[in-house]
Design a protein around this ligand. Structure first.
Ligand code: BGC
Length: 738
């Protein structure tokens, strides 16, 4: 690993020198990334044969230090040119130490925390020999039926951009090839978060207004933060599959944004141009992916091999240009050179063990989990609980579910070191407090199997009880206890990829368990473990916290929050609908018709969300005053400062996420009622006041308008709102002059 950023000219010269020695087959090989599943011996044998022939540039899914080292030795020592392999992996929220899921990290509104967490994930993954994370996932999503919403930062492009850039910095450090870091691969370019009906892999149909203003900004932010790779999406965007979409992959990515890293397809997305009925056959698919701007094909095992295998033939027949092929190969070689693979291709397995077991990584995971939890309700200040509350009934299928605590995209977790909610509470209570546990109802099941019930992970624990009997047991425990803590939600394989849903109900018989426990009248805390809003059918637990999938140290974090050693400070990264029929329900919507009747858009339901974007309670209380603008007017192109005094009017030191929203009153296009344009998570001592300042720059006031089909900044009037949620009412106005 180079300990200083290598000279660009040096890297380029070495890449060109290698390229000059390569056959066309070797070039196509460098552009192919093969699946190498652990345990899939026959398939691996095929991959090894390709590798030895110099026809493999990269592998994914190898996650054992020794195996990476073995395969790398084949590439370096047994191939004609000795070009090392690039090993990629889905390092989404931790490798061995599991951090909270990305949506949870977004709920922390703490980009620095996200950066630190991804730096640790990178360090662990790099130590075992990986070079490249298929992350961050930066798709904006406004439809929680889509299970993959959990991999991103939620519904807002401003928060999404901040989280995208922070994660890239965390993965990569200051330059590609920095010690202990990985190449970051923001994905899925672009529009996947808008798949129809929230159905995974479905097409997306997006106006350019929506694309430029909502879906593309996080990608741009990730690229500006230096991302070395981009993954092209599976789905069709406005009728053109993203992985064959030249407008996306070349006009926008390269020409408009100047991206100079390499583009990989999502799994099989080059060959799938044929599946889309876009390309005529596999060769046509390869040609069109390459010509659109794809550099590398991620190639799952398929009959007849990868699509890019056909490139040598296509070149011979003059159906692709050698210049384009070479450009792609150079990008891949440059990435390898920058990562220092030619100098240090192998893995130090002993060091890897030390890195994976570093206790400070678990500490970071705990703090990250604490910072990401969102307190949604706390009637009568039930929380924080006293450690000496006497008796607690800890109930529900996810109260003691180590595997589920990790959330999706974790394959190598060590369940034995995961602190569950139950074990966290047990370790935290005083000697005289009894903790009883019942799972309450069986862990709910999917209707169709998940693709993640696969060879990576140990088999899923099958926990089934006689629900009728267990519900009664749970109710009896709740009746006897002074407090009930219910942990409900969705299992690890009910969210993430291949895990869309058509309802937001609590799966299985969890609602019944919830209702029955509430009927006991025992004060009840509901902890929701999932990554989307749940429809609780009007059930009203006294206190309610969104704990997401909090990771390895999650149980410790939750216990700290329950007993007041930590104070919740997270905020919702999406609008939480009252019922599923409201979807999509972005907070940043257009006014469009009689605002006084806005709450009446449905005759059977209010229009507003149950919990707005940006919302989250604390054990402390905050008051906002003295909203000040540096001027009540500014010219187009100038900047304006906004500041506000935030006072902690309670006796508990706590964090508040101070948020700035704007609304443009008129202009070239109509703009949303509110748009996030600034935020800062600050700690404020009991009784203390802090002044928080924001700058509104021309960049923040610009937007893409369908009228001019370009970016504009209008001469207009702008309302500013500042507060602790998107429904903040402290407001001021300024003019923007021409
Ligand atoms: C997903 C990607 C992921 C890839 C490799 C695909 O199915 O869409 O996000 O990186 O698999 O695991």
């Amino acid at each position: 690993m180079p300990d200083a950023k290598p000279e660009d000219s040096h890297i380029k010269a070495r890449a060109a020198e290698l390229l000059a020695q390569m056959t066309v087959e070797e070039k196509a090989g460098q552009l192919t990334q093969y699946f190498a599943f652990p345990g899939a011996d026959e398939q691996l044998a095929g991959v090894e044969a390709e590798l030895r022939a110099g026809r493999a540039g990269s592998l994914l899914f190898v996650s054992e230090a020794a195996e990476i080292d073995r395969l790398q030795r084949i590439a370096v020592e047994e191939t004609r040119l000795g070009i090392p392999l690039l090993f990629g992996y889905d390092v989404i929220h931790g490798f061995k130490t599991v951090m909270p899921v990305p949506l949870a990290m977004a709920a922390s509104w703490d980009p620095e925390m996200a950066e630190t967490a991804q730096a640790i994930a990178a360090k662990e993954a790099r130590a075992i020999g990986l070079h490249w994370a298929f992350a961050p996932m930066v798709d904006i999503c406004r439809d929680p039926r889509w299970g993959r919403m959990i991999e991103g930062a939620g519904e807002d492009p401003y928060l999404g951009s901040a989280m995208a850039a922070a994660q890239v910095r965390g993965f990569q450090g200051h330059y590609i090839g920095a010690p202990d870091r990985l190449i970051a691969g923001p994905k899925h370019f672009a529009g996947y978060g808008a798949s129809l009906g929230g159905r995974d892999y479905d097409e997306a149909d997006l106006s350019e207004t929506e694309l430029w203003n909502v879906h593309l900004p996080p990608f741009k932010a990730a690229i500006e933060a230096g991302a070395g790779n981009i993954m092209s999406a599976y789905m069709g965007l406005n009728g053109v599959p993203a992985s064959g979409n030249r407008w996306l992959l070349t006009d926008i990515l390269r020409d408009a944004w100047g991206f100079d890293g390499f583009v990989v397809t999502d799994a099989g997305a080059a060959a799938d141009l044929e599946t889309h009925h876009f390309a005529a056959n596999k060769e046509d698919a390869a040609i069109r992916a390459l010509e659109a701007g794809v550099d590398m094909e991620m190639a799952p095992p398929r009959e007849g091999g990868s699509a890019f295998r056909t490139l040598p033939e296509a070149l011979k027949a003059g159906r692709i240009s050698e210049a384009r092929l070479d450009e792609a190969v150079l990008r891949v070689l440059e990435a390898k050179l920058r990562m220092g693979l030619f100098e240090q291709p192998y893995v130090d397995a002993e060091r890897a063990q030390r890195v994976l077991n570093a206790p400070e990584h678990r500490e970071v995971a705990r703090v990250a989990a604490e910072r990401s939890v969102v307190l949604l309700k706390n009637a009568g200040d039930l929380l924080p609980l006293s450690r000496d509350v006497g008796s607690i009934a800890v109930l529900g299928p996810f109260a003691d579910a180590a595997r589920d605590m990790a959330g999706p995209w974790i394959f190598r977790q060590d369940d034995s070191e995961t602190v569950t909610v139950l074990s966290g509470i047990r370790a935290a209570v005083g000697n005289d407090t009894r903790v009883d546990h019942s799972i309450g109802v069986s862990v709910p099941k999917r209707m169709h199997p998940s693709i993640f019930e696969n060879p990576f992970s140990p088999p899923l624990p099958e926990i089934t009880v006689d629900d009728d009997v267990e519900i009664e047991r749970a109710v009896a425990l709740a009746t006897e206890a002074n407090v009930a803590v219910l942990v409900l939600g969705e299992a690890q394989i009910m969210i993430g990829e291949h895990a869309s849903r058509s309802t937001l109900n609590l799966p299985g018989r969890q609602q019944e368990l919830l209702d029955r426990v509430l009927e006991t009248g025992t004060p009840t805390v509901l902890l929701i473990m999932t990554g989307r809003p749940m429809d609780l059918k009007g059930a009203e637990p006294d206190a309610q916290m969104m704990i997401w999938y909090p990771g390895t140290s999650g149980g410790e974090a939750v216990a700290n929050l329950l007993f007041g050693d930590a104070v919740p400070g997270g905020k919702m990264p999406y609008n939480w609908p009252r019922n599923i029929g409201q979807i999509p329900l972005p907070y940043a919507h257009l006014r469009s018709f009689k605002p006084e009747e806005e709450h009446m858009r449905y005759w059977n339901e209010r229009n507003e969300p149950l919990y707005p974007f940006g919302f989250g309670l604390s054990y402390a209380r905050f008051s906002y005053a003295n909203l000040r603008l540096s001027s009540d007017r500014m010219a187009v192109g100038e900047t304006l400062n906004v500041s506000v005094d935030v006072t902690n009017v309670s006796e508990i030191a706590a964090d508040e996420v101070v948020q700035l929203y704007i609304h443009q009153r008129f202009g070239t296009s109509a703009r949303p009622v509110r748009e996030l344009k600034g935020f800062e998570r600050v700690q404020i001592g009991a009784g203390q006041t802090r002044t928080v300042a924001f700058t509104l720059t021309p960049d923040q006031l610009r937007y893409w308008s369908a009228v001019v089909r370009d970016w504009v900044q209008d001469a207009t009037e702008i309302d500013v709102f500042v507060g602790g949620s998107s429904d903040a009412d402290l407001t001021a106005r300024f003019k923007v002059t021409a």
